[in-house]
Structure formats: C-alpha cells, structure tokens
Write a protein that binds this ligand. Structure first.
Ligand SMILES: C[S@@+](CC[C@H](N)C(=O)[O-])C[C@H]1O[C@@H](n2cnc3c(N)ncnc32)[C@H](O)[C@@H]1O
Length: 278
C-alpha cells in the first residue's frame, strides 16, 4: 500500500483515468488489458468509492479506446525509430512504457507534476532506459536535461486541454526547437465540451478543473506550432466496433453518426522536422 493519497486539482484527474482503465481491464474482452492499472488501484490508499458515481464507469470504454489508439501509434513510431526518445507528458499513472514491447534502444521519459511522480515512483520500478521527471511541462527547465540526439515521440494523453493555449504553444515550440524531428500524438476535446466544463459550477465539477484549450480542428496543431504538420486523426467514437459491451457500443455508434457528437474527443498525430521514418 502507498501512503494515503488525496490529490486535488488537475492531479486528481489521473486517478479517474487510472480507475477507468482498471475497471476496463476486468472485462474478458478488454480493449486495453491494462492489468498494471488494476494492480495500482489495489495498491493506492485512496477512497475509490469517491469515483463510484452514476455514469462514470461508462467512460471506461472511451478511455481505453483513446489509450489503445495512442499505443498503436506509439508502437508504429518505435518500430520505425527503435532508438527514439519518448516524452510522455502528463503521464499520471499510465503504464504505457511497460504495456508496449519497447525496442531496447528506446529512452523513455514520463513527466508529470512532482507529487504525481512521487506516487508513481512508489508504484512502478525504475528500469534501464526509463526515467520519471517531476516537473510542470510549462516549466522550460526540465527539457534541457533530455538528450536531443534522436527522433522524439511526444505523447500527451489527457493533458493539453488542461493548459492555457499560450502554454500549449510554448511547450510545443520548445520541443520542436530542441529536437530535429519526430511526432506528437495527443487528444483534444471539442469546443462545446470545453465550454460546458467552463460553465459548470465548481461544486458540480467535483474539484476537477475545466478544459482550457479545445481542439477546434485537427489542424489546430499547425497553428499552435507552425513547425508541426498534421498527419491524421481519429475520433474516439469511430472506434465503437472494438467495444465489447452492446449498449455502450450502440451509444458510441450513434454518437459517431452525429456530426455534433462524433468529434467530442479526437486523437491527432502530427510530425515535424526531418522525416520520422528515417
Ligand atoms: C487526465 S490526467 C491523464 C493522465 C494520464 N496521461 C492518463 O491518461 O491516465 C492529466 C494529467 O496531466 C497532469 N498535468 C496537468 N497539468 C500538468 C502540468 N502543467 N505539468 C505536468 N503534468 C500536468 C496531471 O497531473 C495528470 O496526471
């Protein structure tokens, strides 16, 4: 068991995604099979009953589909670039570095706020080629410690929407300044979703912060940093066929057919610099 955990603010959001991945891993036809999440939930001394709210468990499929698509993109990049550096920003307690079969040459850095990284270190062992960094991604300092001699894969899952747009722009520009080439894979919420969270009274947000930076179009990424080139995107709802539960599959299929709802959560792959394919 870890010491008692009770985060507030943006750090608390990673307990929700961890809990949902753990729930999803219990299904026989699990999409993600993130058994490390289930083990982490077992070991963290937190009152998980706080997350047993009506409707929340239904989000486990969206969270798993998002993670699975990012896993697939990451695995593809690492097949093409087996000596890459990976920066996973706002890693929370995600186990991607252990979930993927990493080529031995990969150097993986998981970055999150210091208190999250402290908890993370209690749960996941350090390994060769794997390091955690406790810092705000908006702080320019931490990046200086990362060797910039290899292609870079930047993963930002459930992060950029929480940052003010000016900080998203600064962060991405610092990365494309430092590395010669690579890819960014991330998710973004539609403007109506961000607007909804901003209008929600604090007591109904249950301590979770609102989304500050929506994704208006997948090519927003080229506006945030003109060195980035949009490659492809995937709406999470479009992946409904992978959902084992019939009701949730039908709901996601319905959403995928509505232009307004389809893109509520989208994943984007972008590249920069010299071709990441070598
Ligand atoms: C929704 S959680 C996602 C966590 C993880 N990527 C996942 O999918 O489970 C958002 C994460 O971003 C982290 N975060 C938010 N703002 C941050 C910042 N300025 N610097 C570093 N991490 C930050 C939070 O602490 C939290 O772990």
């Amino acid at each position: 068991m870890t010491g008692r955990v009770d985060f507030s603010g943006v750090q608390s959001t990673m307990l929700v995604t961890l809990y949902l991945r753990a729930l999803e891993s219990r299904s026989e036809d699990s999409i993600l099979r993130d058994h490390a999440a289930a083990e982490a939930v077992r070991r963290i001394d937190y009152d998980w009953r706080k997350l047993q709210q009506p409707g929340l468990a239904g989000n486990r499929f969206g969270v798993a589909l998002r993670a699975k698509q990012l896993d697939d993109w990451a695995a593809g990049f690492l097949r093409r670039n087996p000596d890459a550096t990976v920066l996973q920003l706002g890693c929370g307690l995600d186990s991607r570095a252990f979930r993927l079969d990493l080529p031995p040459g990969v150097r993986w850095f998981d970055v999150d706020l210091p208190d999250v990284v402290e908890l993370r270190r209690d749960l996941y062992p350090d390994a060769d080629g794997y390091r955690t960094i406790g810092a705000s991604v908006t702080d320019p300092g931490w990046l200086a410690g990362i060797p910039a001699d290899r292609p870079v894969l930047v993963i930002a899952e459930g992060l950029l929407m929480y940052l003010p747009t000016v900080e998203v722009e600064r962060l991405l520009r610092r990365i494309t300044d430092r590395f010669r080439g690579g890819e960014l894979i991330f998710d973004g919420v539609a403007p109506w979703v961000a607007g909804f969270t901003q209008r929600l009274p604090e007591r109904l947000r249950r301590g979770y912060p609102p989304y500050l930076t929506p994704l208006r179009a997948s090519r927003d990424v080229e506006r945030w940093d003109p060195r980035l080139r949009y490659v492809e995107d995937v709406a999470v709802t479009s992946q409904f066929a992978k959902i084992p539960d019939r009701t949730a599959r039908a709901a996601h299929r319905l959403m995928s057919r509505s232009p307004a709802l389809r893109d509520w959560l989208r994943l984007v792959r972008a590249e920069f610099g010299t071709s990441a394919d070598g």
